[in-house]
Design a protein around this ligand. Structure first.
Ligand SMILES: CC(C)(COP(=O)(O)OP(=O)(O)OC[C@H]1O[C@@H](n2cnc3c(N)ncnc32)[C@H](O)[C@@H]1OP(=O)(O)O)[C@@H](O)C(=O)NCCC(=O)NCCS
Length: 168
């Protein structure tokens, strides 16, 4: 669980928490991913939504029923309402932020920063790196990660791999 509080009574006040996703959340998880990508203009015109949903829900269900080793998928909630998706994987080499998406109306309020900082604290406790991948056409997300101290360690045609290494 990641409880979070930001702000001081202004309209930017944000209280959120994460809870483990359940198989009943798979449609919501697909909704969030599609909605976030659509708001960024990153969904192609010929996007086959029904097929994407079918595959995404099946893949999410596999994560949630233990079919994917060391993978944790969570629902991010704000005021008791689901507003985002978080997936983290962990192994003996380190942690990976494997996915984070927030519904557009809650973006830009500091929730993503707080969640990533919590993951950095966890990584610091193990002394192992926290990695993630970001697509080249998502420069805003990349700027956030760089601001939080991630550096590029590799890239392919579609995305860059970034790493945050705990100090010391
Ligand atoms: C990326 C994301 C998780 C960040 O969480 P957040 O709570 O919105 O971010 P914060 O409020 O903590 O920090 C703000 C920074 O996040 C980034 N950001 C904000 N909105 C964003 C968006 N729609 N897409 C990508 N990055 C965004 C920017 O760097 C922003 O800083 P800026 O306002 O100076 O440009 C969230 O915006 C999101 O879900 N975006 C859409 C999906 C996505 O791109 N996921 C990451 C895939 S690698």
């Amino acid at each position: 669980m990641v409880p979070g509080i930001k702000g001081n009574g202004t309209d930017r006040t944000t209280e959120f928490r994460t809870r483990p996703a359940t198989p009943g959340d798979v449609a919501f998880l697909a909704d969030v991913v599609i909605e976030a990508a659509r708001a960024q203009g990153r969904v192609p015109q010929d996007f086959g939504e029904a097929e994407f949903r079918r595959r995404y829900e099946a893949w999410s269900e596999e994560q949630l029923t233990g079919g994917i080793h060391a993978s944790t998928t969570s629902v991010i909630e704000l005021g008791g309402e689901g507003v985002g998706r978080l997936r983290v994987t962990r192994d003996d080499k380190g942690m990976e932020l494997s996915g984070i998406q927030l519904r557009p109306h809650v973006q830009g309020r500091g929730i993503g920063t707080r969640i990533i900082e919590e993951l950095q604290s966890e990584a610091a406790g193990t002394g192992l790196p926290l990695d993630l991948s970001v697509e080249h056409d998502n420069s805003r997300a990349r700027m956030l990660y760089e601001r939080l101290g991630f550096v590029e360690i590799s890239r392919d045609a579609a995305e860059a791999r970034l790493r945050w290494q705990p100090p010391g």
